[in-house]
Design a protein around this ligand. Structure first.
Ligand SMILES: NC(=O)C1=CN([C@@H]2O[C@H](COP(=O)(O)OP(=O)(O)OC[C@H]3O[C@@H](n4cnc5c(N)ncnc54)[C@H](O)[C@@H]3O)[C@@H](O)[C@H]2O)C=CC1
Ligand SMILES: CC(=O)[C@H](N)C(=O)O
Length: 373
């Protein structure tokens, strides 16, 4: 059969496969007639990228940000310290450097990425490098480069080496024309930030590579993530972390969003558990490759009221940052994550009261909590 005929048959089969799942057949890249970059002539692509019984060999990119260190600790408990490599372009502090394997990796350097994947026999890749929403608006060209060009490198290296790939998306992948209360998985997505545009691009490219090359791509749209770490990447939801530092350090906080700005949020433990759960879910249980996940939804005023129950002297004032406010006003207020709950059993543990108690305890306000009780 002429190559074009074979190609159209393959393409036809792919287009007929379920709208959101990934192909399960093995398709030779030669058969397709073209490939992502650097694919060897006889490479085959399988939908399952590593033996289900072996521990995966994990690489985390952008691992020194708010979420990466926690993810590394979490995965190391499950898969063993040496099976999880943290990477970033920044220099790690001592305690992180000594807590497990750390390596320099710039996602804009494809050869560097490939070398790391090959030399360390990586099978699972968690791609955390990104510029977040507010910082992305301050440097659109860098955000475009890291979030879009970098993502292309990640997709190619993952496809080339048959990796299972996790890429987080965000509530920021929706925009003012999306339904906001609640926001379902599938609806119009016209974000107005470079961050949001790059994340929609990542969702679509990952799903396309899944259909086209059998890449085992898995993606969760995270809400704003709240963790004790105070060094955040520059997002719109950062206030919901900084408020706890203000409350525990000096009993006050100046918020850069208006008091009634409602956004979906999640405690980091839930976020990390969801990430591992979707990576471990059998491919056949995933009716989609990009899922909303959610835990709670609150405004700065509601969060402050909950903190006040523990820190009675807490004072919140408002000094609205127009860039962040405009972003927040275009994002979902509530997230519909029913598909994640149905398909792979997603269930959050932390609601607002547990979140507040946990964060205050963690940041060492035990005495104040005790006084309040
Ligand atoms: N933190 C949150 O509330 C949410 C995070 N996410 C996503 O989760 C992921 C992780 O988020 P965070 O840890 O908060 O981000 P972060 O901004 O704290 O960390 C990102 C890391 O990427 C690194 N990076 C920048 N350029 C790089 C390059 N060229 N090569 C390699 N690394 C580079 C930075 O050095 C930084 O350590 C991101 O993709 C973000 O979009 C999604 C929704 C919510
Ligand atoms: C919700 C996110 O993606 C992030 N925290 C941001 O605010 O940019």
């Amino acid at each position: 059969m002429p190559a074009t005929g074979m190609l159209s048959q393959v393409a036809g089969r792919m287009l007929l496969s379920p709208a959101s799942g990934c192909r399960t057949s093995v398709v030779s890249i030669r058969f397709l007639g073209f490939s992502p970059r650097q694919v060897t002539a006889d490479a085959n692509f399988h939908s399952v990228s590593c033996s289900e019984t072996d521990h995966p060999r994990v690489l985390i990119t952008g691992g020194l940000g708010q979420l990466g260190v926690g993810l590394a600790n979490f995965l190391r408990k499950r898969f063993g310290k040496d099976n999880v490599i943290l990477s970033d372009i920044r220099k790690p502090p001592d305690h992180i450097f000594h807590s497990g394997p750390f390596i320099y990796s710039d996602i804009l350097d494809y050869k560097n990425l490939r070398e790391i994947v090959v030399n360390n026999r990586i099978t699972w890749l968690f791609h955390y490098s990104a510029l977040l929403s507010a910082v992305g608006e301050a440097n659109v060209s860098l955000a475009r480069s890291v979030n879009i060009t970098g993502l292309h490198n990640i997709l190619d290296v993952a496809t080339e080496h048959n990796l299972r790939l996790f890429v987080p998306s965000t509530i920021g992948a929706f925009g003012p024309t999306s339904p906001r209360n609640p926001t379902p998985d599938i609806c119009i997505q016209r974000p107005r930030t470079i961050y949001g545009v790059s994340k929609v691009h990542a969702e679509l490219m990952g799903e396309y590579y899944c259909y086209r090359y059998g890449l085992d791509f898995r993606c969760l749209r995270y809400p704003g993530i709240i963790s004790p770490d105070s060094q955040l990447g520059g997002g719109t939801t950062d206030y919901a972390v900084h408020i706890f530092h203000g409350a525990t350090k000096n009993g006050k906080y100046e918020c850069n969003l208006n008091p009634n700005t409602r956004l979906p949020m999640m405690y980091i433990d839930d976020c990390l558990r969801a990430t591992l759960e979707v990576m471990e879910a059998p491919a056949k249980s995933l009716s989609m490759r990009t899922y909303n996940i959610n835990a709670m939804s609150f405004t700065p005023k509601e969060l402050a009221q909950e903190i006040l129950k523990h820190v009675p002297e807490f004072q919140i004032t408002y000094n609205v940052d127009s860039v962040r406010q405009a972003i927040a006003d275009s994002w979902p207020m509530n997230f519909d994550d029913s598909n994640a709950r149905k398909d792979w059993g997603w269930k959050h543990d932390f609601d607002l009261p547990e979140l507040v108690t946990t964060m205050l305890n963690f940041l060492g306000s035990d005495t104040r909590v005790a006084q309040a009780n």
